[in-house]
Design a protein around this ligand. Structure first.
Ligand SMILES: Cc1ncc(COP(=O)(O)O)c(C=O)c1O
Length: 359
């Protein structure tokens, strides 16, 4: 069977050329007489891969010199806990909730910090971002946490919120590298890799130097960002295969024109899909227009009884993983960097045909 257009929210589609390169290189990595998965992380060959991946990510995101880039593990979820453990133990931490992932992050932090919900759109069904002038930020908070893209609800910040001098911490799992951002506006950016970077389990943490100094010295080393930074993310055995694949994705991104080119492509893909949904009179997206995600597009059919038929027919047409998250129902098309515009065109053509036949 042929590969299909994969709209999975994560683990998500990777660029096909990256997978092909990994397959070509799998048995023996550049004269090492072993696969990249089978060589020491401390050897020269792997160190070169690791350094190149960090260098390329720094270049792609224009990460300033006073930030450390860590290649860690545990999924983004582990870092929901690790962040308060490192920089807010016993202190206040402000959370701005725009969906289910921010809610989870706040819940995980509760036993470690004094969590304050500074703003939340929960009462409105998480269909937007609470207006900035209503955020109840505490200047004493150790940080302000936001989720710039809510993967389930499809709600995205299209700017970086101004939170004054309190460090801004952002879970960018589902929109990292999808558009240029000013890293210097953030204290910590973290992201699970499985949408725009590579295999699940790997987590990229970008942390400003001064925050490393806040980290309690008695923290077990394995949880301490300072200890990981000191050891170059090799305090223990890193996920070498994921690190290698992330490096290939970064090279692919550079060859495609970098993050600015991705942003233009992502905007075009999202516009194509939202414009069709809005014009269809049959499909709907519930999110306020100004906060619609360019990465995850949830939509409903006019008749929910057709949901299963839609998913089945879409799969038969080579359009995979469109079923919405179980907590919200309906459909969701995740259209990360690796989704070509042809995939979105095929989806829109299928949706149009489906509505004509069933509407
Ligand atoms: C925005 C966001 N944060 C956190 C997570 C959790 O990531 P993980 O499963 O890697 O812990 C996800 C997973 O999809 C996500 O979309």
């Amino acid at each position: 069977m042929a590969r299909a257009f994969n709209f999975s929210p994560g683990p998500a589609a990777l660029p096909e050329t990256v997978l092909e390169q990994a397959r070509r290189e799998l048995l023996e990595w550049r004269g090492e007489r072993a696969s990249v998965i089978e060589i020491s992380h401390r050897g020269k060959a792997f160190m070169a891969i690791a350094e190149a991946a960090e260098r390329d990510l720094r270049e792609l995101m224009a990460i300033p010199a006073n930030y450390r880039v860590l290649f860690l593990q545990g999924g983004a979820t582990q870092h929901f806990a690790q962040i308060p453990m490192n920089i807010a133990r016993g202190r206040k931490a402000d959370y701005v909730l725009t969906g289910a992932w921010g809610e989870k992050a706040a819940k995980e932090a509760k036993s470690l910090a004094e969590v304050r919900i500074a703003a939340s759109s929960a009462a409105d069904g998480y269909f937007g971002i609470p207006p900035r002038d209503g955020w109840d930020l505490d200047p004493e908070a150790a940080y302000v946490h936001v989720t710039p893209n809510e993967t389930i609800g499809g709600v995205e910040f299209h700017d970086t919120p101004d939170v004054g001098d309190v460090p801004l911490v952002a879970d960018m799992s589902s929109n990292i590298l999808s558009r240029p951002i000013d890293v210097s506006r953030y204290g910590i950016i973290y992201a699970g890799a499985q949408k725009n970077i590579g295999p699940s389990g790997l987590v990229i943490v970008i942390i400003r130097d001064d925050l490393l100094e806040r980290i309690p010295k008695d923290l077990p080393a394995i949880f301490s960002y300072a200890a990981h930074a000191k050891e170059g993310s090799m305090l223990n055995t890193p996920n070498t295969f994921a690190w290698y694949l992330a490096g290939l994705v970064f090279q692919w991104l550079k060859a495609e024109g970098g993050v600015a080119a991705m942003a233009a492509r992502n905007a075009a893909k999202a516009a194509l899909l939202y414009d069709y949904i809005d014009a269809s009179g049959w499909y709907t997206n519930p999110v306020e227009r100004a906060s619609r995600s360019r990465m995850n597009v949830p939509f409903r059919l006019a008749d929910a009884a057709l949901d299963d038929v839609f998913v089945k027919e879409a799969e038969a047409a080579g359009l995979m993983a469109l079923k919405g998250h179980r907590s919200v129902g309906g459909m969701r098309a995740s259209i990360y960097n690796a989704m070509p515009i042809a995939g979105v065109e095929a989806l829109v053509a299928f949706m149009r045909d489906f509505a004509a036949r069933h509407g």
